[in-house]
Design a protein around this ligand. Structure first.
Ligand SMILES: [Zn+2]
Length: 424
């Protein structure tokens, strides 16, 4: 963690602003700029936590912020403690504590035992630039709060970042949702993460969401989610080009001489567009790319030297091959449209019927694409190799990257679709 102070900017500043706002400090602008308002809030936070009130976020302040960022604090049981008292003291509920600590006996707390106490607020923030670091912490936070959650990695990115997956449910009906193949479309990562959090919250409370019984889904289905397929690309878009990036010079060259990746970059860290790198009419994708004079490697639409040349697309293929997915949703932005077809391949009638239902519950249009955009994508490969329903869901409307202000609308459009896909 770097030290943050007046004048600092970046996604880490944004994350702290969002947190301080969430826990009741006066922050009006979650904009990633550490201004006087943020400094005032930090000083107040320090004051309330027995820290030197200097408005600078260094190691001591981070130590106090970190449990809040994770959404749970580690606590050692002392004489006289009981869960009711602890729930009041940490502003949470007894149920939340019991869920996070399945092994404790509430009537016989052991002095010296270390437990995790979850806070009352949600973990996944949906008002900030959603980076890999934030994803990683959110997954850690969900795991602390819901220890039964299965979390793992499907592989690594070019720069060695984990391609995390989480699994909701234990049933035989396996479905697979993935997000952010394209770096500018990072908003799809918090969509899937928020869905996971809301689902877990409802499941532990025996609640339904939009009439869908989460316990029943948990028992009958397994929803596998890889929320961020392209973490390196997202880092370029949201955090910029780091000086220690091993491809530093090449990336600038591939980005047409610019060090600003924030509005151009869809590819992975090697300038390959992951959603043009799957073995489904890959050669046609390559030919189209050459015909159109697309630079390769480059910011977008470069198919790579050969199909599955990239560790990220290879990891997704391996992950799918290790499972038995009945259906796949690949999340992208933008256009409010759902693509369901690859060539004239089966299962034609079923894919269309399900696609129509997805369109109905999301309010999106069911669409078809032809030409370069319709080759070598994740869902194309899945339909081709498995002959099962696969969809590209293009969320939101406008120019990528979509502003995070669209999040509530996007989430609202997609929540039922995400539920329905697990039972259809
Ligand atoms: Zn896309």
């Amino acid at each position: 963690m770097r030290t943050l102070a007046l004048g600092s900017t970046g996604t880490d500043v944004m994350e702290i602003q969002s947190l301080l706002k969430k826990i009741g400090y006066e922050i009006y602008y979650v904009d990633g700029v550490f201004g006087p308002e943020t400094e005032r809030a930090v000083k107040e936070f320090q004051n309330n936590n027995g820290l030197v009130s200097d408005g600078i976020i260094g190691p001591a302040t981070y130590e106090k912020l970190n449990p809040l960022l994770l959404g749970a604090v580690s606590y050692t049981i002392r004489p006289g403690d009981n869960l009711w008292y602890l729930s009041i003291r940490f502003n949470t509920t007894v149920n939340k504590i019991l869920t996070a600590n399945p092994d404790i006996n509430p009537n016989n707390l052991q002095i010296g035992q270390v437990i995790n106490i979850p806070y009352c607020f949600d973990i996944v923030d949906t008002d900030i630039g959603y980076t890999y670091d934030i994803l990683e912490r959110d997954i850690e936070g969900l795991k602390l709060r819901y220890p039964f959650l299965e979390v793992g990695s499907a592989g690594k990115s070019v720069l060695g970042r984990e391609l995390y997956y989480i699994r909701l449910g234990e049933g035989d009906n396996q479905v697979f949702y993935n997000g952010a193949h394209h770096a500018l479309e990072w908003i799809t990562s918090p969509v899937l993460m928020k869905f996971a959090e809301n689902f877990l919250k409802a499941y532990v409370n025996n609640q339904s969401i939009r009439g869908y019984d989460t316990s029943k889904i948990w028992d009958n289905s397994s929803i596998y989610i890889i929320p961020m397929v392209n973490p390196d690309g997202i880092d370029l878009v949201l955090n910029g080009l780091s000086e220690d990036n091993p491809y530093y010079d090449e990336l600038i060259q591939w980005n047409n001489g610019s060090t600003d990746f924030s509005t151009t970059w869809q590819s992975n860290n090697k300038g390959i567009d992951l959603n043009h790198n799957y073995p489904a009419k890959w050669q046609e994708s390559k030919d189209g790319e050459i015909e159109l004079g697309i630079s390769c490697p480059g910011p977008t639409r470069c198919s790579g030297p050969f199909a599955l040349s990239e560790p990220e697309s290879q990891a997704i293929v391996d992950f799918v091959n290790k499972h038995d997915f009945r259906l796949v949703l690949a999340y992208h932005s933008q256009g409010q449209v759902i693509f369901w077809r690859f060539e004239d391949l089966e299962p034609m009638p079923e894919s269309k019927i399900i696609g129509d239902q997805f369109a109905e519950v999301s309010g999106y249009r069911l669409g078809e694409i032809y030409g370069i955009g319709s080759y070598a994508g994740m869902k194309d490969w899945f339909i081709q190799d498995y002959r099962r329903p696969g969809y590209t869901v293009e969320v939101g409307r406008g120019k990528n990257p979509l502003p995070i202000e669209q999040f509530p609308m996007i989430y609202n459009n997609n929540e039922e679709l995400l539920l329905l896909a697990s039972v259809i």
